[in-house]
Design a protein. Structure first.
Length: 125
């Protein structure tokens, strides 16, 4: 049986999906935007500030099921401009210790709320 994961410490879903779902010890976190759940505003600080906010959101969701970024085995990064890749990558690298998760990164035409970046993750117990 799958279990919905939800927290007020990350932005609420803006459509018919869950912030995260767990099944058989695997957690799938929906793509997170750089939105502060307290203000509803996009994070300041350019792509670096936005990437950091996304990781705060991901951590909040994982915390609901007693997991951390150490449990993340796969990430997918969506950027509206690949010129932001190096700055995103700098912040991204600082969020993990030890072995980095597998990762894919894509340039996309657009993202919800006109965001510049979105990241989804898969974590395993």
């Amino acid at each position: 049986m799958k279990k919905e994961i939800s927290t007020t410490n990350a932005p609420a879903a803006i459509g018919p999906y869950s912030q995260g779902v767990e099944k058989n010890g695997i957690v799938f976190v929906s793509g997170q935007l750089p939105v502060d759940s307290k203000t509803g505003e996009t994070a300041k600080g350019g792509i670096k500030g936005q990437t950091l906010q996304i990781f705060k959101n991901i951590e909040a969701i994982l915390k609901e099921v007693d997991m951390t970024l150490d449990n993340v085995v796969k990430t997918t990064v969506f950027l509206t401009d690949m010129a932001d890749f190096a700055d995103m990558n700098e912040v991204y690298a600082s969020q993990f210790s030890g072995t980095f998760p597998a990762r894919s990164a894509f340039a996309v035409k657009g993202l919800p709320k006109n965001a510049d970046i979105e990241i989804e993750v898969i974590a395993v117990r």
